[in-house]
Design a protein around this ligand. Structure first.
Ligand SMILES: Nc1nc2c(c(=O)[nH]1)N[C@H]1C(S)=C(S)[C@@H](COP(=O)(O)O)O[C@H]1N2
Ligand SMILES: [Mo]
Length: 318
């Protein structure tokens, strides 16, 4: 397993808004803030404004892992999204999330584990201290952002459920409910949305189970109430609104790979030297910027993760 050696600058990038929210949080008290956050706010209320909104979550520490870059504004992070369950347009998720309710919620853990379980969101969120991590976030479509996610390492959950020796991959599934997720009425992709990771990718300390954004409860369009973020992979390896994690022996068939096998491989690592048939992967455009910039191997996290792929054909990395 890769060592935890990020480009950490703890506390160095605490924007003013976070200081303010911190005070607000201290005033509410950790338990109060958490209780309010889980009370069952409609997801539409969290969408779209200029400033972070929604209930504050307790933040145990902040780590900067995007080379000191300023996070992309809340408004952009919450209105420019890929979430096909709400439509294929970038603006669709924020506009159409009003029918979606992310609470109450539970996550089923099944398959090759000694302790299969159905975890209520309230319990899941308390498995480990919530940490803010500012990560680079890149889509295969060659746009990117810098995002302050809030959550904890997925490894915390994996250890707790005790995978058997046969567990080699994890399969993630998003909620299937066309009444709440109108995009599922169209067969644009295989529903329920399915993603997969190899066990060592899931256990890498960079891989996060995310429940918040900018110190707030995760908005529906960003994958409320629980998603996974794997910062060295393209965005399509970041399953949103997950209801199930299944531990399996065989490499799973995932939604994007089923949709377009020549365009999406199993790994989906950020690899500037290997172009996608439709979008060059050499450069990317940060949302909010005009000029494109060079894409970094493994999205800038090569030191922590390149070792996971030693010996694998570089063309398969993608
Ligand atoms: N369930 C689900 N998860 C998903 C997607 C999706 O369509 N459905 N899109 C993926 C893609 S392609 C990207 S780029 C990221 C976008 O995450 P963001 O909207 O929070 O930036 O979510 C990923 N997770
Ligand atoms: Mo994406």
């Amino acid at each position: 397993m890769a060592r935890w050696k990020p480009d950490l600058k703890e506390g160095a990038v605490t924007p003013e808004s976070i200081h303010l929210r911190r005070r607000e949080f201290l005033r509410l008290g950790a338990a109060g803030a958490l209780g309010a956050a889980l009370a069952g706010l409609p997801d539409a209320a969290l969408a779209g404004g200029d400033d972070p909104s929604g209930e504050a979550l307790p933040v145990s520490r902040r780590v900067e892992m995007a080379g000191g870059e300023k996070p992309t504004p809340w408004k952009s992070v919450t209105t420019y999204n890929n979430f096909y369950e709400f439509g294929t347009d970038k603006a669709d998720p924020a506009q159409r999330v009003g029918t979606f309710r992310s609470r109450p919620w539970s996550l089923a853990i099944e398959g090759e584990v000694k302790r299969p379980q159905l975890l209520a969101l309230e319990d899941l969120i308390k498995l480990a201290p919530l940490e803010e991590r500012i990560y680079r976030h890149r889509c295969v479509e060659a746009w990117s952002m810098v995002v302050p996610w809030l959550g904890f390492p997925l490894a915390e959950l994996v250890k707790r459920v005790e995978p058997t020796s046969r567990a080699r991959f994890l399969v993630f599934q998003t909620l299937l409910d066309p009444a709440q997720m109108p995009g599922q009425k169209n067969r644009v992709i295989e529903w329920p949305y399915t993603e997969g990771l190899r066990m060592d990718e899931a256990m890498n300390p960079l891989t996060m189970l995310v429940v918040g954004l900018y110190g707030r409860v995760l908005p529906g369009q960003n994958g409320a109430p629980i998603r996974v973020v794997i910062p060295w992979k393209y965005g399509f390896k970041g399953p949103k609104s997950i209801v199930r994690i299944r531990f399996v022996e065989e490499q799973p068939r995932t939604s994007w790979a089923l949709l377009a096998p020549t365009e999406y491989g199993f790994y989906g690592n950020v690899n500037p030297s290997l172009d996608h048939p439709r979008w060059s992967q050499a450069k990317e455009r940060r949302i909010g910027e005009f000029l494109r910039r060079d894409t970094l191997p493994f999205n800038g996290y090569a030191a922590q993760v390149a070792g996971l792929y030693a010996g694998l054909d570089p063309r398969k990395l993608y």
